[in-house]
Design a protein around this ligand. Structure first.
Ligand code: HEC
Ligand code: HEC
Length: 343
């Protein structure tokens, strides 16, 4: 009888473990919508579309906008001009090569500086591209070009555009962009704050923004990182390359992420402070939404570049919650080794 109980307990334990594993794998197959800039997972019934805007094209807004410390002023249209967006602080970066400043309009390549900003800091919905090694930058551009790097959430339109830019670029243009961005040091501008509740948000072009007016309020964070601009208008309208982000993360996530990072020995390849080592990219103080997208894309096999094999054994073991915790931790680090903020 005793033996039977032992066997039964064992069988039960195995069944439960298998169930847990299956549930984990299941949840891992669905890209976490918050990391990809969506309110719902792919395939979910979308909310009814907002009524179409009136067809009459409004005249361009002539308002000239200004930012403290900048000698320039720009209209909204100039700020988001894909063939030469606003460069508010030319003194903050070396002279931009043509592809970064203007793109290649004839081939539908938008200026890198529009989405990634002239200083390469990028935004949560795209990527920080400065301070990456030249070799990594070129390699990952080739991966985009060769269909080795895609988004698991195929709705992510800006990643699809990024791929089309890489395909339309010459080797010389890729090298020029890589040389330019690799020369700019990475300085973090995301502040990680652990919190039970977060501001309610709306999503614009894959970026979470704090909801205002009647939509404003608080909601439970759940298993999400909610990354929003510190100042909505500075990021959304003005594209101020000095105005950073705040990332709300679940309480305890940074510590859990630190333990996971220690076990996985991220520092072996990414450097003692995760600042990057040789060609391996730095991951300290970068957008946690971006980081989760990459970990998930590598696990799902949508990102399978020439160097991704080194990351594969690392990501294969991670649950969706592990990825969240790891990203909260890496985002809270600085390449210099200090924690930027954790209140
Ligand atoms: C329309 C916006 C947009 C423009 C313009 C753009 N990118 Fe990107 N880029 C993205 C997005 C989105 C991603 C990240 C995709 C993801 O999260 O998977 C990205 C990622 C990258 C990465 C990968 C960063 C990393 O850490 O691996 C590099 C490198 C890059 N872009 C270079 C460029 C260059 C060079 C240009 C100019 C020719 C450019 N981008 C123009 C949207 C853009
Ligand atoms: C054996 C070496 C190795 C280890 C260990 C390792 N990485 Fe990586 N990691 C790499 C390489 C190489 C790349 C570039 C992959 C590519 O080009 O696709 C990379 C890429 C990444 C990226 C994408 C960066 C970007 O800019 O897109 C993230 C995020 C990342 N690693 C996080 C981690 C974390 C977190 C750990 C620990 C849990 C870790 N890595 C452990 C080698 C490693």
């Amino acid at each position: 009888m005793k033996k039977f109980v032992v066997v039964l307990t064992l069988v039960l334990a195995i069944v439960i473990a298998a169930g847990v594993l299956a549930a984990q794998q299941q949840s891992n197959r669905v890209p976490p919508p918050w990391a990809y800039g969506f309110a719902t997972p792919p395939g979910a019934t979308a909310a009814p579309a907002a009524p179409a805007a009136p067809a009459t094209p409004s005249a361009p807004d002539p308002t000239m906008h200004k930012l403290p410390g900048s000698n320039s002023s720009f209209t909204a249209a100039q700020i988001r001009d894909g063939a030469g967006p606003a460069d508010w602080y030319p003194g903050d970066h070396p002279p931009m090569p043509d592809i970064v400043a203007h793109g290649k309009p004839a081939q539908q390549v938008i200026a890198c500086s529009l989405c990634h900003y002239p200083n390469g800091k990028g935004r949560a919905e795209n990527a920080g591209v400065s301070g990456l090694s030249y070799d990594y930058f070129v390699q990952t551009m080739m991966d985009f070009k060769n269909d080795k790097r895609k988004s698991t959430d195929t709705r992510k339109a800006n990643t699809n555009r990024m791929i089309s830019f890489a395909k339309a670029m010459t080797d010389d243009e890729i090298k020029a962009a890589a040389t330019y961005f690799a020369a700019i040091k990475w300085t973090p501008w995301v502040r990680v704050v652990e919190a039970d509740t977060v501001p309610k948000t709306r999503i614009a072009g894959g970026l979470f923004l704090v909801a205002e007016g009647a939509e404003a309020g608080k909601e439970p964070i759940g298993q999400r990182i909610i990354e929003v601009p510190e100042k909505t208008e500075d990021t959304e309208l003005l594209r101020n390359p000095r105005s950073g982000f705040v990332a709300y993360a679940p309480p305890g996530s940074i510590k859990k992420g630190e333990a996971l990072a220690r076990t996985a020995q991220c520092t072996l390849c990414h450097g003692a402070n995760l600042e990057g080592l040789g060609p391996v990219p730095g991951i300290a103080g970068r957008s946690p939404s971006y980081t989760v997208r990459q970990l998930f894309d590598m696990q799902a096999g949508s990102r399978k570049g020439v160097w991704t094999d080194l990351m594969k054994p690392v990501v294969d073991k991670l649950s969706a919650e592990d990825m969240l915790n790891i990203a909260a931790y890496t985002a809270s680090r600085t390449p210099g080794g200090a924690v930027r903020s954790n209140q």
